[in-house]
Design a protein around this ligand. Structure first.
Ligand SMILES: CC(=O)SCCNC(=O)CCNC(=O)[C@H](O)C(C)(C)COP(=O)(O)OP(=O)(O)OC[C@H]1O[C@@H](n2cnc3c(N)ncnc32)[C@H](O)[C@@H]1OP(=O)(O)O
Ligand SMILES: O=C([O-])CC(=O)C(=O)O
Length: 392
């Protein structure tokens, strides 16, 4: 603890408890994982600038940094990759579970239940220590891409894809999601996917991470906290937005239709997915990074349609609402180019954010205080109980 916190709730000038709808602006805890700053400091993971990590690092380095507090040496990175390869296997009950999934279930729902099941089969299921939490985190990081891929392939009666231990995390994920690996386009796609995984890995007390920390603060198991987080990420105001952005691009169809589509949507009070942010009111620095990569990938693939629609939508949103794109917006352009199945966009977010969630759960439980805020009561005052037989 750097600061001494007052034990009584914060009050305003009239001595009323401070209430902020949606907890906007509320400091709800301490964390050494991520700095979200709209000023010069920008976005940093454990002190490292996001631009440096995305452009010069790899997602595996970022995952190691978040879980172990320092950037890995070459040997540590090699050992980390080896350990992930070792854990790249799904236990038998997962296969049985996939055969029971109802047709048409969303992969995020399959993932939520699948991770819950992984919690029951984890060799450290009964151990909630720091060391066990780290081991569980590594297993989840290795298992989630397999679960995402298996769920999708099972639902589409496609053969399961085995993981390739010699591939990087992003190369392997691209292969699991799209069957692509090795050629020039696939290498460029995997590089952009790697950047997007780095950008998605961590973002302070966003809704899903906060849900994970609230759950973890009861000192329950790590898989329970991750299950809470997956359910929270799924919503379209949070991680579900990346899939919704792609749906919007498909609905718009052609660049020439973008302006009219957006103006009509705004006139009918629709929210435009991929714009706005609770904290980043002057723009999301991650967006410029993924936009640059989506642009180069569009050129390489000779497919400008999605990028052109996106820039047209962005221009109208700037003019009409003064709102900036968030990370989900140009990420959808990149994933469309990679031909990632749309229902897997938010599960790909999970493949990355699992690192941030696990690091937060570990941090929460290492310095725990139960999260239990208060509510401002708005219900009726005293009411007399009327026995059932006399109620009209
Ligand atoms: C990785 C991530 O999770 S990033 C977020 C992904 N989510 C999305 O892209 C969904 C679309 N965006 C939104 O719904 C919002 O911007 C949120 C939920 C992300 C943040 O919202 P808040 O901080 O609560 O902003 P709030 O809802 O108060 O909006 C402020 C104003 O901007 C408008 N606004 C905000 N976002 C949008 C949007 N995407 N489209 C249209 N108008 C918007 C609101 O209608 C409101 O206008 P008003 O003052 O005229 O009523
Ligand atoms: O911080 C937030 O509220 C949402 C977000 O951008 C993220 O989770 O990456």
């Amino acid at each position: 603890m750097n600061q001494v916190m007052s034990e009584s709730p914060a009050t305003d000038s009239l001595d009323r408890p401070v209430y902020s709808p949606g907890l906007e602006g509320v400091i709800a805890g301490e964390s050494a994982l991520c700095l979200v700053d709209e000023g010069e400091a920008g976005l940093r993971y454990r002190g490292y600038a996001i631009g440096d990590l995305a452009e010069h690092g790899s997602f595996e380095e970022v995952a190691f940094l978040l879980l172990f507090d320092h950037l890995p040496t070459a040997k540590e990175l090699n050992d980390f990759r080896g350990e992930l390869a070792l854990h790249s296997v799904l236990p038998r009950p997962i296969e049985d579970f996939l055969s029971l999934v109802p047709t048409g279930a969303h992969p995020m729902d399959v993932l939520r239940t699948g991770v819950s099941l992984l919690g029951m089969t984890d060799p450290d299921a009964a151990d909630h220590s720091h060391e066990a939490n780290v081991r569980k985190s590594l297993r989840l990081l290795a298992q989630i891409p397999l679960l995402v891929s298996a769920a999708y392939r099972f639902a589409n009666a496609a053969p399961l894809a085995p993981p390739h231990a010699e591939l990087s995390f992003a190369d392997n994920l691209l292969y699991l999601l799209t069957d692509r690996k090795g050629d020039e386009q696939a290498r460029a796609m995997a590089r952009v996917l790697d950047v997007s995984l780095t950008l998605y890995a961590e973002h302070e007390f966003n809704a899903s991470t906060f849900a994970a920390r609230v759950t973890a603060s009861t000192m329950t198991d790590l898989h329970s906290a991750v299950t809470s987080a997956i359910g929270t990420l799924k919503g379209p105001l949070h991680g579900g937005a990346n899939e919704a952005v792609a749906e919007m691009f498909l609905e718009i169809g052609r660049r020439e239709q973008a302006e009219r589509w957006v103006r009509e949507a705004l006139a009918s009070k629709r929210r435009i997915m991929g714009f706005g942010h609770r904290v980043l009111k002057k723009g999301d620095s991650r967006s410029a990074i993924i936009q640059r990569h989506a642009d180069s990938l569009s050129r390489l693939c000779g497919e400008r349609r999605w990028y052109d629609i996106a820039t047209a939508v962005e221009r109208v949103m700037q003019e009409e609402k003064g709102l900036y794109p968030n990370l989900d917006f140009y990420t959808a352009v990149a994933y469309l180019l990679m031909a990632v199945p749309r229902a897997l966009y938010t599960p790909v977010f999970v493949c990355s954010r699992i690192t941030g969630w696990c690091a937060h759960v570990i941090e929460q439980q290492d310095h725990n205080r139960l999260m239990r805020p208060r509510a401002l009561y708005t219900g009726p005052a005293k009411r007399e109980y009327v026995p059932l037989g006399r109620r009209t």
